[in-house]
Ligand binder design. Structure first.
Ligand code: DHB
Length: 529
């Protein structure tokens, strides 16, 4: 289906959406053709990570529906921001990289329908909202900074979107359906795989509008945090995979590639069907914040499942570590990620601040400019685990992920054999539903990297995680990074010392990395594959 051919269908979609949606994003003259002249001119003062202010004038396109037959245009719309003048100098965004910044948090719906400026996306979870620290500009955001492309610790000045704009990049922010959306018939229409299908449709829209939409559509760099980080990695891993085709067709997605160039993923909550085991392997000995211990026999069962899964992956650790398994993964995390993270942190402190920190954290040995410690001491340092066991497929169906795998009028479902077997809600069946295995594949980047190695995947990966983040196991990101590295991809994966869930403490480095991998500003293009 070409862009031109979709016009008639789009008109129908346009009528449907204005009746259904609370707001009414423009669908570009009822077609999937981007209107290059449909912008307003805005100016924003953006403070960079060095504290320098930049005056950025940019063209802003308010919400554009990116599919011809939207289910709910409030979510299936995107906003575009393209800089034209920075600090009084004209810039041409035509060939600039495109930062595709989603604001998904908690697998909840995220919308840009009411956004009036760059950084205007927000999820119902409360992230990705207006980075100015003022009232969020999206109707669905609650509070800024909890997730997404805003930075919980750095706030206003360091959101990926603002820094990207000030660097001369085009910023596109897509909304996406999320797990809690329910229609008048009581059907959940935003559960898996809705969010990833929507993000792919957004990419197809962008690529189909090559030459009309600002930016280099061959240099799309996705960014997201937590559930949004999971979707960002999935978008990168699954480029052009045929398994999404029927869903994209149903929406009237543009007929174009949905492969993207690079991925930024902060604390991705992914590999959901293996996350319960990985969680117990990692945090199994840590108590809950109430001081209570989790069920040790459940924890032990899940840990054993992890050992089997990890062995089957046959991954090798970065930098010549060798085969990764449940017995050596603690050493791997300590050597590859945690000690270097603490070392970077401590190196950056003044001598007196470092002394104070080390006096308060005697588990760290500081010698010859390097931090060393044991895994057991690290776990004690992190303290309370965030989630009870199982962390993702809860026996009582109370986890957000149970809702993510809901379908039809069923709000919550099990998605692991172990969760289903131990169900406490009185379900008639002790097995997962027949459609679950395929849905898990649609939601898991590892599927596209292990079972079916996708050669249309992104080749450049920026992965970040706070060392204190117990929303999932540290193994989840590390496995993703190891697999990508083993496939020969370019992986930049670091941990932020003592940071929690959603941290983004080096956003300026991410912006620089985008220039490096895309070749932006060097008069040449980054290597595609
Ligand atoms: C998010 C956090 C979680 O703990 C989780 O299970 C899923 C998503 C989030 O912050 O997006």
């Amino acid at each position: 289906m070409g862009i031109g051919a979709t016009a008639g269908v789009a008109a129908v979609g346009g009528i449907a959406l204005s009746a259904q949606a609370s707001s009414n994003p423009s669908s570009s003259s009822d077609s999937l053709t981007f209107d290059p002249d449909g912008y307003s001119k805005l100016t924003k003062t953006i403070t960079d990570t060095e504290g320098t202010e930049h005056e950025v004038t940019y063209h802003f396109w308010k919400a554009i529906t990116y599919v011809a037959d939207p289910v709910d245009a409030t979510y299936q719309s995107l906003i575009v921001s393209a800089p034209v003048e920075i600090d009084g100098k004209t810039v041409d965004p035509t060939d600039a990289p495109i930062l595709l910044a989603n604001s998904v948090g908690g697998y909840m719906p995220s919308s840009v329908a009411d956004a009036t400026e760059v950084g205007g996306g927000g999820s119902a979870m409360g992230g990705g909202a207006a980075p100015s620290g003022a009232a969020p500009s999206s109707a669905t955001s609650a509070a800024p900074g909890a997730n997404g492309n805003t930075n919980a610790s750095g706030g206003a000045t360091s959101s990926n979107q603002l820094l990207a704009l000030a660097a001369g990049y085009v910023v596109i922010e897509p909304g996406a359906r999320g797990r809690t959306l329910k229609n008048s018939g009581g059907e959940y229409y935003g559960t898996a795989p809705a969010a990833i299908v929507d993000l792919k449709a957004a990419v197809r829209y962008i690529r189909a509008n090559k030459g009309l939409i600002p930016g280099d559509v061959e240099r799309i760099v996705s960014a997201g945090t937590s559930a949004g980080g999971a979707l960002s990695s999935l978008l990168g891993a699954s480029g052009d995979s045929p398994v999404y085709e029927k869903y994209l067709k149903e929406l009237g997605a543009a007929d174009a590639s949905d492969a993207i160039f690079a991925v930024g993923a902060w604390c991705p909550i992914t590999d959901l069907e293996h996350a319960d085991g990985a969680y117990e392997w990692n945090w199994g000995t840590n108590d809950l914040s109430t001081g209570a211990q989790v069920d040790q026999s459940v924890s032990k069962d899940l840990k054993a499942q992890f050992a089997e899964y990890q062995a089957g992956l046959k991954l090798r650790g970065l930098d010549g570590f060798g085969p990764l398994n449940a017995r050596n993964y603690d050493d791997y995390l300590v050597e590859q990620y945690l000690q270097p993270s603490a070392t970077r942190y401590l190196t950056g402190l003044s001598d007196s601040d470092r002394e104070t920190y080390l006096a308060a954290n005697t588990f760290i040995t500081w010698s010859a400019g390097k931090a060393t410690f044991t895994w057991a001491d690290f776990l004690t340092h992190v303290g309370a685990r965030k989630k009870d066991t199982p962390a993702f497929d809860a026996f009582d169906l109370s986890a957000g992920e149970n809702n993510e795998f809901g379908a039809g009028t069923t709000e919550n479902r099990h998605f692991t054999a172990y969760g289903a077997k131990n169900d406490t809600t009185g379900l008639g069946t002790k097995r997962v539903a027949a459609d679950i295995p395929a849905k898990l594949n649609l939601m898991n980047p590892m599927y596209h990297l292990m079972e079916k190695v996708n050669d249309r995947r992104s080749r450049h990966w920026w992965i970040r995680l706070g060392t204190n983040d117990s929303d999932t196991s540290h193994v989840i990101s590390a496995n993703l990074a190891a697999r990508l590295d083993n496939l020969g991809d370019d992986v930049n994966h670091l941990y932020y010392w003592d940071q929690g869930h959603g941290a983004n403490t080096d956003p300026g480095d991410f912006i620089t990395w985008i220039a490096e991998v895309t070749g932006h500003g060097k008069g040449k293009k980054g290597k595609r594959n």
